[in-house]
Design a protein around this ligand. Sequence first.
Ligand code: SF4
Length: 501
Amino acid sequence: MKLTLISPRLAIQKGDFLGSGVPYWPIELATLAAYARERGDTVSLIDLFGNAPGRLSDAGDHYLQGEPISCHLGEDRFKEAEAFILYAISYMSHQELLDITARLKQAFPLIPVAILENSQSVTAYSLPRASADYFNAGADLLICGEPYFNWDAIKEQFAGTGSGPAPANVMARGSALLPERLTVKDLHYPVPAWDLVNLPGYWALPYSHGPKTPKFLPILTSRGCPYPCDFCVVPETNNRRWRGNKPEEVVDEMLALRDRFGVRDFQIEDLNPTVQHQRWEKICELLIEREAGIRFYFVSGTKAETLHIDKIPLFAAAGCRYISISPESGSAGLMSRIGKCFDYQHGIELISACRANRIRTQACLLVGHPAETETDLEASDRYLSQMLKAGLDEVAVFIVAAFAGSRVHARGDISLADRKAFISFSPKGRGDYKTIENRRKRLVRTFFIGKLEHGADLWLQGWRAVIGAPETKMENLPRRMAFIYWLVLKSLLTGKLCRNS
Ligand code: SF4
């Protein structure tokens, strides 16, 4: 079957660098491309962001980074496609995804348009919750969760859209049935088809999701997460099922990518990579045994308690350079409302051990949970100070937003002054946004004051940010801001900051 796979442009909220604009790669789409190709399908992949990250369009309250779909509609891979699969990479790109859907349907009314859920990201969303939007825009099918288990049945649905019942994990237009997300134990996932993606486009950017290195690749070593956090979409998009690739397969993939693309830095994008601590310990042993000579970074966070303190030297020896953990809140009471516990003492010991082994650490905290009180905020502030004393390198403070698929969204307990406002981790449409933003500022202030009190770290981080050798995510930020403002300025000067087309 001839398939054209599309990943949308990146949406960046204007005036915000903390809650949107992170350049995530289309990992699941590239994995599907490889999977389909292995089964004989002819696959094209168009990554609208990665193809042209230096192009910016004005979309009202946000910018769209990348090239518009209109650049491609006249190409043979569109005219000859038997199905389009559009990747719902992020909730922040929702309007762009709807626009692309409508354009495809208008240009190719007889070709099925399927939307693929991104089940492996906390910034994505549950497609059934947005089904009306998609079907109104012209989508034919929503593929929910992973498409690998019954790929042939999904393709049959493409071939005869509308005839016969849709597979269990597919929602078809007009169907009231909620899809079931299927997971496959011990599935061997192919190496993503990175040959179809413009890697130099990502490498040339002066920033990335994790600490930016000249050449790097993202990698998924596991899928899913067993925890039930109520602000997160993942419990719904993965049914709280976690599944990890075998250590040998993970190492084989890294070495294959190293040898094929000359990449030695890997950003681990798993939702929760170390759920089985023995698995990653084995991966580390294999990396050492096979003299891999690579470095890896847990950039999407992992559950701190699943990392054993006495194994941190092993991780460092295998190439680990960065670990992000998610205490979320310093208040055990609020954590129990969220649905996840956190071992605060273990968090401190882990940060100290990482510090001693030259592994950089990030702690993710949230503010603005509907149940959060001033007392909870005080507790987060205190815990942040303790982490700084232990050697924490950076903090990320997110504002809870109602992402479709989270329980917070389903309960409707975040009041929105502006329902149409851009959704991000700086949700300016919240009625209480100013109050919550002040809470974030308070924690950020605590971080900077604490860093200044504990040695020369902050100065060194500033220096590394300036020279473009970041070891933490926040060291990416000055160059990211400069890059985006340069694009805006350049577009204004040349009159090319066009309205979204
Ligand atoms: S630990 Fe919580 S926030 Fe993180 S992926 Fe799992 S459910 Fe989401």
